[in-house]
Design a protein around this ligand. Structure first.
Ligand SMILES: Nc1nc2c(c(=O)[nH]1)N[C@H]1C(S)=C(S)[C@@H](COP(=O)(O)OP(=O)(O)OC[C@H]3O[C@@H](n4cnc5c(=O)[nH]c(N)nc54)[C@H](O)[C@@H]3O)O[C@H]1N2
Ligand SMILES: Nc1nc2c(c(=O)[nH]1)N[C@H]1C(S)=C(S)[C@@H](COP(=O)(O)OP(=O)(O)OC[C@H]3O[C@@H](n4cnc5c(=O)[nH]c(N)nc54)[C@H](O)[C@@H]3O)O[C@H]1N2
Ligand code: SF4
Ligand SMILES: [Mo]
Length: 734
């Protein structure tokens, strides 16, 4: 007889609630669980992934026991090792490398939010290395940094039918990135009379529903936001009472945006000036909510200014912490991530080893401390490891050259950097030269193919989930594991704990299991683990207008910034070498004049490029081996508009070869409705159907992998954001 147990899917960030039928420790059936959060019929109806859960749980491609490399790196020759043997050897080698080169010699790499990263970060903190690389600089951090600096903490959109009057989607396409729930609710917005405005160079499904589509030229969004503020101020549409009482630096901002007329901005951003005026009026007209995404997170130098400009746009229209616009998040009642990752264990000497030191003054311990002094006014701290993470460019440099000191070991946890980090050739060479590469994954990915050890990670259903998005809000969800990990797999927590125990970290890993650790995390909130699992959620509705609440002196507590107000002009950023007021940065160029000249002579065209537009049912480099998915989405494509195809003499289905100074890759051309003279290229592509990846082709990573074209050079001067969008490429028929 099967026993029914609650559990969760984790093929995307929703972590939908499921019920598993379990027999002898094996899941024999799985179905949605309407009794727990998160459950939404519309999500499931739009989701093609969830039925894969049982296949993935017992896929023949899964790694089930630790694998140790026996041949040359990448040769594809492995032997199974016992856990004790593997972890003893890894711990011994890490200890020896630390003795020889210091603790910074170990770096780590993470990717998207596939699980909890604090176990890795705790291990790194206690090991003494600040060198975690991640996706922080190009996903999440820019917004979190700029919100915290401008408003004193992070905000979340608050779309309320009947109250919200305008909804802006800016560089995000939830129709593909958000497994449908959000997408479905956007569909319903217009029925509620909410005006939808979409700023995106592609005519996405969201754009097709919009009242106004702004096909902005990639990377010019900062200027667009300044232009919207110009109109709002010129036309007197700003919220005088709110600005007068709660905003700092309005006159400076007004002078700053004066030159940004609709004509000038229209010209720069490639937009109709009248659309800019209309968008500004819509935003100023009433409670306006806004969600931004990757489209403005990955544009190099302009990333921080773009987010700052959007913060200012919200503030001058009074759209901050008010119903129907956005809410300032509340600090968490449960233990915040920053404590669980034990970042404070790093000594000043260890912090100084961080491979961003001196390059990215905000994305650094110095920047973190400056912001922390502000956020702590209201008793809050951002997670530290994401916000201080090292710059991949500097870590790769230390691997390549031994400067400023050698980085000789890397732990890769839940990411596939040969596909998803910028500049694949460089990543490949750097990883190949390491003394120790350890990869925790479900599969032998192209990156894992280079490893000394592949450690088999337990996935959803085999592990509990408490998803807290960095702990910047008072919100967590998920549930228990339905079964013990299959075969010899372990949770990431168990792996880092057991490695930590071998390296003398024992006292800092008091909980024996991940579930116990989560239970301890929830304890301060007064919630029992079993109760949490029964509902699937911990959530407290944040209040609005919290700046009006009385502070210690009885007066309104204001915002957690240096002036106590929303800083339209930042007092903090200039102290870190940044700007008081947002200014458009210079574009990133991947094609040198030489390359352009040479390839133009061969008939290639030089085009602006964006990459990585999300597409269901794939996720970055995952799920490409699902036969049903592949039938629906068989090959990597590069998209241009009809007019652009005609101008270039290309047709749908043509093979096109793309080149930059960094490499070349080939795609099938597709026609899409989008801005003219722009190419949008898929990312994450390799070919798992060719068998276990190994040298020299590693599952085809040199063929259609857009990151062979990109660069991780530090472009944004505060955060170090490199660029996946608003870059350039040479295009020719293959
Ligand atoms: N199916 C699927 N879903 C995913 C993922 C996945 O790999 N697959 N990945 C997850 C992850 S890690 C993330 S970070 C989120 C990202 O989620 P989103 O931010 O929603 O990402 P996209 O859906 O690619 O939407 C970004 C949009 O920005 C546009 N864009 C590109 N450049 C610019 C620009 O310069 N300016 C403006 N205004 N727009 C621009 C693109 O055309 C694209 O439509 O998605 C998550 N969800
Ligand atoms: N050119 C370009 N590059 C990009 C982007 C882009 O838009 N354009 N987007 C960037 C963004 S926003 C992101 S977030 C990254 C995403 O980059 P990644 O996170 O590296 O992408 P995935 O392919 O999702 O890789 C996840 C890997 O983790 C494994 N995995 C999944 N869950 C777990 C787990 O719980 N434990 C362990 N140990 N392993 C697990 C999977 O099997 C898979 O191999 O890509 C970035 N790179
Ligand atoms: S993939 Fe995402 S939306 Fe689909 S069932 Fe899993 S968690 Fe839910
Ligand atoms: Mo991401």
């Amino acid at each position: 007889m099967a026993e029914v147990r609650p559990t969760n899917c984790h093929f995307c960030g929703y972590c939908c609630a499921f019920l598993a039928d379990v027999e002898d420790g094996r899941v024999v059936g799985l179905r949605p669980d309407p009794s727990r959060y998160p459950y939404d019929e519309r999500i499931l109806a739009g989701c093609r992934r969830w039925k894969m859960n049982l296949d993935v749980l017992d896929s023949p491609r899964r790694v089930n026991h630790p694998l140790r490399r026996v041949g040359e790196r990448g040769s594809g020759r492995w032997e199974e090792a016992g856990w004790d043997e593997a972890l003893d050897d890894i711990a011994g080698r890490l200890e020896a490398l630390r003795r020889q080169y210091g603790p910074g010699t170990l770096a780590s790499a993470i990717g998207g939010p596939h699980g909890s990263f604090w176990p890795l970060h705790r291990f790194m903190s206690l090991f003494g290395s600040p060198n975690n690389m991640g996706i922080g600089q190009i996903c999440w951090n820019p917004r979190i940094w700029m919100d915290a600096i401008t408003f004193g903490w992070t905000i979340e959109a608050d779309v309320l039918p009947g109250i919200t009057k305008a909804f802006f989607l800016w560089g995000t396409n939830p129709a593909q990135s958000d497994n449908s729930a959000f997408w479905q609710s956007i569909r319903g917005l217009r029925a509620n009379g909410i005006k939808l405005v979409v700023a995106d160079p592609r005519f996405t499904q969201c754009a097709s529903l919009a009242d106004l589509w702004l096909p902005v030229r990639p990377g010019t969004d900062c200027t667009l936001a300044l232009g919207l503020m110009h109109v709002i101020i010129e036309e007197g549409l700003w919220d005088r009472a709110f600005v007068g009482e709660w905003c700092h630096g309005f006159d400076e901002l007004a002078a700053h945006v004066r030159p940004f007329t609709p004509q000038a901005v229209g010209e720069f951003c490639g937009l109709d000036p009248q659309d800019i005026v209309e968008a500004a009026r819509i935003f100023a007209d009433g409670p306006a909510a806004l969600v931004s995404g990757r489209g403005i997170d990955q544009v190099g130098a302009s990333v921080a200014p773009t987010h700052r400009a959007i913060c200012d746009l919200r503030a001058i229209t009074g759209n901050v912490d008010r119903p129907g616009s956005c809410v300032l998040a509340e600090g968490s009642d449960f233990t915040p991530e920053v404590e669980f990752e034990m970042s404070d264990a790093l000594t000043p000497e260890q912090r100084a080893l961080c491979l961003n030191d001196g390059f990215t003054p905000l994305q650094s311990f110095e920047g973190y401390d400056a912001v922390r002094r502000q956020t702590e006014k209201l008793g809050r701290r951002l997670p530290m490891r994401y916000m201080t993470s090292a710059a991949p460019d500097r870590v790769l440099h230390a691997m390549e050259t031994g400067e400023p000191y050698p980085v000789r070991a890397l732990i890769v946890n839940a990411t596939n950097p040969l596909l998803t980090y910028a500049d694949t050739h460089r990543v490949y060479e750097a990883l190949r030269g390491l003394d120790l590469l350890v990869v925790l994954d479900y599969y032998i990915t192209p990156t894992a193919a280079l490893a000394d050890y592949v450690l088999p990670a337990a996935g959803a259903i085999e592990r509990p989930i408490f998803q807290i998005h960095g702990g910047v809000a008072n919100h967590g969800y998920g549930g228990p594991a339905a079964v013990e990990p299959y075969y010899g797999r372990k949770t990431d927590y168990d792996i880092f704990r057991e490695l930590g125990l071998r390296l003398g970290q024992g006292e800092h890993w008091p909980q024996e299991t991940l579930a116990e650790a989560y239970a301890a995390q929830l304890e301060p909130a007064g919630v029992d683990w079993d109760d949490y699992c029964a509902s699937g959620i911990y959530w407290r509705q944040p209040a609005y207008e919290k700046h009006l609440l009385p502070g210690a002196d009885g007066r309104p507590r204001g915002f957690a910034t240096s002036t106590g107000k929303i800083e339209l002009a930042s007092e903090l950023l200039p102290r870190l070498g940044g700007q008081r007021l947002p200014q458009q940065g210079r574009p990133v160029r991947l094609c040198s004049p030489d390359l352009v000249r040479r390839l133009e002579a061969e008939g290639a065209a030089h085009l602006p490029m964006i990459t990585g537009a999300r597409k269901q049912p794939y996720n970055a480099s995952m799920y490409l081996d699902n036969p049903a998915f592949r039938k629906a989405v068989p090959q990597p494509v590069a998209e241009v508009s009809q007019a652009t195809a005609r101008r270039l003499g290309l047709a749908a289905g043509d093979r096109v070869r793309l080149a930059t100074d960094f490499g070349e890759a080939e795609f099938a051309l597709a026609i899409a409705k989008m801005r003219d003279d722009l190419i949008s290229v898929d990312y994450g592509w390799w070919f798992p159907e060719r068998g276990v990846p190994q040298a020299p082709d590693f599952g085809g990573i040199w063929e259609s992998n857009v990151n062979t074209l990109t660069s991780c050079a530090l472009e944004e001067p505060l955060i170090g954001t490199w660029a996946y969008n608003a870059i350039d490429v040479m295009v020719r028929k293959a």
